[in-house]
Design a protein around this ligand. Structure first.
Ligand code: CMP
Length: 479
């Protein structure tokens, strides 16, 4: 309530209290005079004059009692507000007022009319009770539903709630003896009867809770999920009202007809502002996409024409350049490197994905084109990192050149593109470059040493590079 209105109400209260006190004073002082006046004027009914005067006094005292209850209500719940920092529920205030007033009034009544048996008055008026009960059926239903809502306290003023099948959504402003008052996000007021609310499911988003929201968007199939997830997460976590306590989650929810469909789950500081925050999150995603060169999807039909695009030609030369920079392929001629590049197949792995598994058979090797991988062996059932390989490094050569199972697992540490080179392509290269076999056998022997040192294999299992050379030659049918 605004201070000006509070001041006005206080003034009205003081004026009313003064008036009632004055009238009561006059009725008490001039009560006997008024009574004898009434007796003389009312003739046969004169015996009722005393009851009329007492009735008037009771009425004015009743008004004063009402004002006292209001004052008490203001003091007690004002104190409650000061100590707890929020308003007590309206229903509680109303129940307090009704009960206190009834007690006060009954006390005054028995003082003024000691001969009237109140118990008998209430019990004998059964018909009155039935009529009264029927008339107040809905009101009493709301009242008791309101009391049970207060007792359960499933939500409080300031919480966002969604009520019933009609999904009335808004911030709770008041819970009175009749209804729950919510303010919708269009700034309308919706009143929901307590008795209806008690029957309906209510979704509560408490004010002091980290409530989450989901925002959806779709991207082209050509855009990489790892990149999208990173870009969107970073863009959303900085938006206003997005909680810093939990990092937003970005995940693929569906592979649609014309889009990879994503959802962002984020948590809000103030849930009541979710419409604005959803909009801000979408805006941030749009700008982040623009900066990162990503594209939103819209319903499209793509016709694939099998023709090499300039991009693919450029990509082909990038692959050739990558292979030419790998140290073991340095002795190869430009034609041989191009042949290897043409024969290679590119694969993209998500962060954490397994590229090869220890113990599997393998007939190809890999060159890291983009990203990073980790070579891991299993130690007491737990993965242990042996080496990290970066762009231009290769792996998988041991199984390819010796025919033995994979000696270790290789896992992508980030989004990684690898170029896979198969047995046949390598055989062709070996035939024209016999020296390559020798340098490879040195590298394999070195890597094996690394593995032996970590796994504490017995020296018997170790193989020299000379031994490896003849194994590789035999395996590839080279002289
Ligand atoms: P391969 O055995 O075919 O499969 C697992 C691969 O991990 C292996 O070939 C090597 O390429 C690689 N690898 C194994 N040990 C090491 C090491 N010590 N350093 C780098 N790479 C390794």
């Amino acid at each position: 309530m605004c201070p000006a209105r509070r001041k006005n109400r206080f003034a009205v209260f003081i004026v009313l209290a003064a008036l009632a006190s004055l009238v009561l004073y006059l009725l008490v002082t001039f009560g006997p005079t008024l009574q004898s006046l009434l007796e003389s004027r009312m003739g046969r009914m004169g015996s009722q004059a005393d009851t009329i005067v007492r009735g008037l006094q009771l009425l004015v005292l009743g008004i004063l009692a009402f004002l006292v209850v209001r004052a008490l209500n203001f003091l007690i719940f004002g104190l409650f507000r000061l100590r707890s920092g929020f308003d007590a529920p309206t229903l509680m205030r109303n129940v307090f007022s009704i009960v206190t007033f009834t007690i006060l009034f009954l006390i005054i009544f028995t003082i003024f009319f000691p001969n009237v048996n109140l118990g008998a008055l209430f019990t004998t008026s059964a018909i009155f009770g039935v009529i009264f009960g029927l008339a107040l059926q809905d009101t009493l239903g709301n009242f008791f539903a309101g009391i049970s809502l207060q007792a359960d306290r499933p939500f409080q003023v300031g919480d966002v709630i969604v009520v019933g099948a009609q999904r009335h959504t808004g911030v709770v402003e008041e819970i009175s003896w009749r209804a729950i008052k919510i303010r919708t996000f269009q700034n309308h007021i919706v009143l929901i009867n307590n008795s209806s609310a008690a029957k309906e499911p209510i979704e509560v988003c408490p004010r002091d809770n980290l409530n989450a929201r989901l925002v959806f968007f779709g991207t082209l199939y050509t855009d990489s999920p790892a990149k999208i997830i990173h870009v969107v997460r970073e863009a959303v976590r900085e938006a206003d009202n997005v909680s810093q306590r939990i990092s937003p989650i970005v995940r693929i929810r569906n592979m649609g007809d014309s889009a990879v469909e994503y959802e962002v789950k984020y948590w809000l500081n103030d849930y009541a502002k979710y419409n604005d925050t959803d909009a801000l999150v979408r805006q941030r995603i749009w700008y982040a996409f623009r900066r990162a060169g990503l594209s939103f999807a819209f319903p499209t039909r793509t016709i694939h024409v099998e023709r090499k695009t300039a991009g693919e030609v450029g990509r082909g030369s990038a692959v050739t350049d990558r292979l030419a920079a790998v140290d073991i392929f340095a002795p190869l001629s430009a034609e041989e490197t191009t042949m290897l590049a043409t024969a290679s197949v590119s694969h993209v792995f998500a962060p954490g994905e397994l590229v090869i598994r220890a113990g599997d058979p393998g007939s190809s090797m890999f060159v890291v084109h983009n990203g990073r991988v980790s070579v891991q062996i299993s130690e007491n059932g737990r993965p242990r990192m042996v080496a990290t390989l970066n762009e231009g490094d290769f792996f998988g050569e041991m199984a390819l050149f010796t025919g033995e199972p994979r000696t270790a697992s290789v896992v992508a540490l980030e989004e990684t593109e690898v170029l896979e080179i198969g047995h046949d392509a390598m055989k062709r290269v070996f035939e024209t470059n016999p020296d390559l076999v020798e340098s490879l056998s040195h590298i394999i022997a070195e890597r094996r040493e690394g593995l032996v040192a970590r796994t504490e294999q017995s020296p018997v299992d170790r193989e020299t590079s000379a031994g490896l050379l003849s194994t590789i030659k035999r395996f590839f049918g080279l002289s």
